[in-house]
Design a protein around this ligand. Structure first.
Ligand code: GTP
Length: 170
C-alpha cells in the first residue's frame, strides 16, 4: 500500500538517452515509432540537422522512467560540433546501424565509438547496439553473429529492430 502511494506521487527519474549512428540508418524513424506507435513510417523524412528530442515514459523492472531520447544528426558536418552537447548528462547511448548497409556497421567501430570515448566517459553509460531495418531481410549485409561479436568486445546488448513494422521497438 505504501509502495503504491509513493509510486503515484513521486516523479519518475529522467534519463537522457542519445541515439548515434550514420545518416539514414533510421534513428528519427525509430524515435517516431517509439513515441507514436500508430504513426506509419514516413519515407519523406529529412536528415536531422542538429538536435531533436522527445520524451517517453517507460516501464522498467525498477519502476517508471521518463526517457528523454535525443535524436542526433548522422551527417558529419552537423554531428562534429554538437557531440559535447549530445553527451552532456547522458545516461545511455543507443548505437544504431542499418542491417542492409555494411558501411553503417563499420562506422560504429571506426567513427562512433571513437567519438563516444573522446566526448564522454563511455564506461559510465549504458550502451545498446541496434540493427535497424530488419524487415529488409533479403538485403541483409550485416549478420547477427558479426553484431554480437561487436557487443562482446564493447560490453553491450544487441537488438534488431524495424521502425517500419515496429518489431522490437515497443
Ligand atoms: P539522419 O537524420 O540523417 O541522421 O538519418 P536517420 O538515421 O534519422 O534516418 P531516418 O529515420 O531519416 O531514415 C532514413 C530512411 O530510412 C527513411 O526513408 C526511412 O523511411 C527509412 N527507414 C527507417 N527505418 C526503416 C526500417 O526499419 N525499415 C525500412 N524498410 N526503412 C526504414
Amino acid at each position: 500500500m505504501s509502495n503504491r502511494a509513493t509510486s503515484t506521487t513521486s516523479k519518475p527519474p529522467l534519463y537522457k538517452i542519445v541515439m548515434l549512428g550514420d545518416s539514414g540508418v533510421g534513428k528519427t524513424s525509430l524515435v517516431a515509432r517509439l513515441t507514436n506507435p500508430d504513426r506509419p513510417l514516413n519515407h519523406d523524412i529529412s536528415a536531422t540537422m542538429g538536435i531533436e528530442f522527445d520524451t517517453q515514459m517507460l516501464d522498467t523492472p525498477h519502476g517508471k522512467v521518463k526517457a528523454q531520447i535525443w535524436d542526433t544528426a548522422g551527417q558529419e558536418r552537423f554531428a562534429r560540433v554538437l557531440l559535447p552537447t549530445y553527451f552532456r548528462k547522458a545516461k545511455g547511448v543507443i548505437l544504431v546501424y542499418d542491417v542492409t548497409n555494411a558501411k553503417s556497421f563499420e562506422s560504429l567501430g571506426e567513427r562512433w565509438m571513437t567519438q563516444l570515448n573522446d566526448h564522454a566517459n563511455s564506461e559510465d553509460l549504458a550502451k545498446l547496439l541496434v540493427g535497424n531495418k530488419c524487415d529488409l531481410e533479403g538485403s541483409r549485409e550485416v549478420t547477427k553473429e558479426k553484431a554480437e561479436m561487436f557487443c562482446a568486445e564493447f560490453g553491450m546488448e544487441h537488438l534488431e529492430t524495424s521502425a517500419k513494422s515496429g518489431e522490437n521497438v515497443l
